[in-house]
Design a protein around this ligand. Structure first.
Ligand code: PMP
Length: 455
């Protein structure tokens, strides 16, 4: 390192040789970066010794906080016993076999089969490749189109970014052809003047019918949906949404994939987000809370029909030519087994216990004249900032209102996330009541400060 940078100047060191993803560079040029050294429960501590309550569980994943002793001990024990292996050529670690058994037990399916990846993006890519492979093996090579929704977030690899319904991917020339985005089921923002929520939901089901008729059902490989859209700004679907669209998809034989990367393992108050909305998909994409954020890992969990069809397709071709070096990594699997034990052994109950306090905190802040709505499910929630509450008029985007709110929170020791014009909260399940009150007090103070400055 050049000696113009002092060893204890972590901000300069971070900027010099590291890229940050999804980071507004003018903002960090002005405010500096935050370099973290350790965690304590739901708090993270930076190189300057400042403590932040992380209201986003890292990136939605650290559900058990940042220093859970059982997860650490499990990782240490597995590293000591068998620190790494793959899942190729008919070989895999015993721990990997055990995790698949456990996932088959906890998945909302009669039976299941699992394929491991290192991330949620790769799990979505893997699922798309499985669908393409499967349809081709069954004599439908033209079935390649993928249906997702506007504002959906499915990841950053070329395929999962194409599935993502966000305009920023145009800088990469994405989406690829054949990735079709339906209307986001956000009634408050997408509903038309005078339209009831039921009519809005019916309109979205009709749109799906039209898209399938226009494209041809036999050209569509599958439909992917987050039960609650996360990085779109925490958007629970409109009333009756899944009940309305699933029969359309089923009637056309289109596989339904639930992207449970955020919602899986308790976030919505049930083990799976699809359970919160009363449906059983054909497959589940999992990551994040799967290892409580303690190891990079994703999983495709196929329900019985897709796993039978996939197994037959693989038998016919004799191999599924896909996999990652660290697929089914034994340390990740050991941690996931422990994380699932913790979720079933109490963390899911914690989500249910904390949810009323969380909703009350959001509802209270939503009374603010510049908060248009609060929304959420379980322990994921958002407040949408507006210039004018009655007309739902957003703030001018150059004001960067949500970023200002999040920056003010950071200055007061609270990490929360700006997404569009909303502020997103996704706290660790281990938060105490007092920590949750601290979160809302700090956020409320930041809202007052920022909106007073804009008045
Ligand atoms: N799907 C969803 C629903 C997500 O929220 C995310 C990440 N936020 C992903 C996929 C991608 O996961 P990863 O960042 O691990 O690739």
């Amino acid at each position: 390192m050049p000696d113009t940078v002092l060893p204890d100047d972590w901000d300069a060191r971070a900027k010099r040789h590291s890229f940050f993803g999804f980071t507004d560079l003018p903002s960090i040029a002005e405010r500096g970066t935050v370099v973290l050294t350790r965690g304590e429960g739901p708090y993270v501590i930076d190189t300057e010794g400042r403590r932040y309550l992380d209201a986003n569980s890292g990136l939605w994943n650290m559900i058990a906080g940042f220093d859970h002793p059982e997860l650490i001990a499990t990782a240490q024990a597995q590293y000591a016993r068998f620190p790494g292996y793959h899942a190729f050529f008919g070989r895999m670690a015993d721990t990997t076999v055990e995790l698949s058994e456990t996932l088959a037990e906890v998945a909302p399916f009669e039976d299941a089969k699992v394929f491991y990846t290192n991330s949620g993006s790769e799990a979505n890519d893997t699922m798309v490749k499985m669908l393409w492979f499967l349809h081709a093996a069954e004599g439908r090579p033209q079935a390649r189109k993928i249906l997702t929704r506007g504002n959906a977030y499915h990841g950053v690899t070329v395929v999962s970014a194409s599935m993502t319904g966000k305009p920023y991917n145009s800088v990469f020339g994405l989406p690829l052809p054949g990735f079709i985005h339906l209307t986001c089921p956000h009634f408050w923002r997408e509903g038309r003047d005078g339209e009831s929520e039921a009519a809005f939901t019916a309109r979205l089901a009709a749109e799906l019918e039209e898209v399938i008729a226009r494209e041809g059902a036999d050209t569509i490989a599958g439909f992917f949906a987050e039960p609650v859209q996360g990085a779109g700004g925490v958007i629970p679907p409109s009333e009756g949404y899944f009940d309305a669209i699933l029969p359309v998809l089923r009637a056309h034989g289109i596989p339904v994939i639930a992207d449970e990367v955020i919602t899986g393992f308790g976030r919505t108050g049930e083990l799976w987000g699809c359970e919160s909305y009363g449906f059983v998909p054909d497959a589940i994409i999992s990551s994040k809370a799967l290892t409580a954020g303690f190891f990079p890992m994703g999983a495709v969990i196929l329900g019985p029909e897709l796993s039978d069809r996939m197994s037959r397709a693989v038998d016919a071709i004799e191999e599924f030519p896909h996999g990652f070096t660290a697929s089914g990594h034994p340390v990740g699997c050991a941690i996931a087994l422990k994380a699932i034990e913790l979720v079933r052994g109490g963390l899911l109950d914690d989500v249910r216990r904390l949810t009323p306090r969380f909703e009350a905190g959001l509802a209270k802040l939503a009374a603010h004249p510049h908060i248009g709505e609060w929304r959420g499910r379980g322990l994921m929630g958002a407040l949408e900032a507006v210039k004018d509450k009655a007309t739902k008029t957003p703030w001018d985007s150059h004001l960067s209102v949500s970023e200002r709110i999040a920056n003010t929170c950071t200055d007061h020791g609270l990490i929360c996330r700006p997404l569009g014009q909303s502020i997103v909260l996704c706290p660790p399940f281990i938060m105490t009541d007092a920590q949750m009150d601290e979160m809302f007090d700090k956020l409320g103070g930041a809202l007052d400060e920022v909106f007073a400055g804009l008045a």
